[in-house]
Design a protein around this ligand. Structure first.
Ligand code: FMN
Length: 352
């Protein structure tokens, strides 16, 4: 495997293995993506990425992290997304959407406003979670979901997938990482339920498995479905790499095509050994032990580094977040570094 080798899943061919990772922009109004999102995502498609995945896209208004999050719970949002997916596809990238619900980490400010919980005057809303345990001392105490609430979560993800199809996306990624709702169900630190959605790994993974199965029913068989996980909570008694391998084995037969392998986010103030490629070993382990394609992400910034991960068989695709912000033309930069020639947009041909 190498960075500029195509990647085929179901009926979708990615032109290379460089994916734009989901990145919140916190600047939508009523969940509707606007010109910022078109230019931001569109320029990364023009830049040559294999796929451009939207930021966490809320399946319900209360599932947003901040008031500025994008969503996919109504038809106005679908129409706005369609303009963006048309553009991204026209420029050779696969348009992907990350379907998300923030759970107990919802109802907060954008990072540039401090990122803390909204006050009532700011328009705070009621948050939900597996158990009534706040993320941190000053954060909202969530309401523990009852059976009807859980059924609504599954229905909202399913409806989100139906709308994603109408909006022209060719890839769905379910966000089960970074301490958001589905991860909150997985981790014993945030899930202290004693019903069938809690307890052992089978119980704690039930909601995610129900969401995946329900989405797969409406998301066409010819289109890929990815799940983003946090492979570890980086803390004792939390969700651990062994759990993630076990989870990946459960997800594969449900029609999940790739595990996008991140870490952390469930609890604050944990020590994370951040270094170049620090999450790659988790992607490699899941790939080897659960026999499922994986995506590597996290401090991957160089073409040679990214290519080596693929060559060593540690992952099938590379997702880059911040490097794609610094350089929307990262795929061109990488091609040059690796001595590969890639097509330029015809409008720009005289520059390359
Ligand atoms: C501005 C910003 C917003 C992000 N928003 C999301 C998000 O919406 N969903 C998600 O799964 N990860 C999100 N992330 C995490 C990235 O997708 C990625 O996993 C992380 O930044 C590590 O990759 P990097 O070192 O290439 O930046 C965000 C990261 C940044 C920098």
């Amino acid at each position: 495997m190498s960075l500029f080798e195509t990647f085929k899943q179901r009926d979708v061919t990615f032109r290379n293995r460089i994916m734009v990772a989901p990145m919140c922009q916190y600047c939508a109004t009523d969940g509707v993506p606007d010109d910022w999102h078109l230019v931001h995502l569109g320029s990364r498609a023009v830049g040559g990425a294999g796929a451009v995945i939207t930021e966490a896209t809320a399946v319900s208004a209360e599932g947003r992290i901040s008031p500025g999050d994008v969503g996919i719970w109504n038809d106005t949002q679908v129409a706005a997304w369609k303009r963006i997916t048309d553009f991204v596809r026209a420029h050779g990238a696969v348009p992907g959407v990350q379907l998300a619900h923030a759970g107990r980490k919802a109802s907060v400010h954008a990072p540039w406003l401090g990122g803390g919980p909204l006050s009532a005057e700011d328009g705070a809303w009621e948050t939900v979670a597996p158990s009534a345990i706040a993320f941190d001392d000053t954060w909202h105490v969530p309401t523990a979901l009852d059976d009807a609430g859980i059924a609504k979560i599954v229905a909202d993800f399913r409806a989100g997938a139906v709308r994603a199809l109408a909006a022209g996306f060719d890839l769905v990624e379910i966000h089960a990482a970074h301490g958001y709702l589905l991860h909150q169900f997985l981790s014993p630190l945030s899930n202290q339920r004693d019903d069938r959605y809690g307890g052992d790994l089978e119980g704690r993974s039930r909601l995610l498995r129900e969401v995946v199965a329900s989405v797969r029913e409406v998301w066409p068989a010819h289109l890929p479905l990815w799940v983003r996980v946090s492979a570890t909570d980086w803390t004792e008694d939390g969700w651990a790499p062994d759990d993630t391998v076990a989870l990946a084995r459960l997800l594969k037969p449900l029609g999940v095509d790739l595990i996008d392998t991140s870490t952390g986010g469930l609890v604050p103030r944990v020590r994370i050994p951040v270094a170049p490629g620090y999450q790659v070993p988790f992607a490699a382990r899941i790939r080897a032990e659960a026999d499922i394609p994986t995506g590597a992400v996290g401090l991957i910034t160089e073409a040679i580094q990214a290519n080596e991960i693929l060559q060593k068989g540690q992952a099938d695709v590379i997702l880059l977040a911040r490097e794609n912000l610094r350089d929307p033309y990262f795929p061109r930069t990488a091609a040059k570094a690796l001595g590969v020639t890639i097509e330029a947009p015809k409008q720009y041909a005289r520059a390359w």
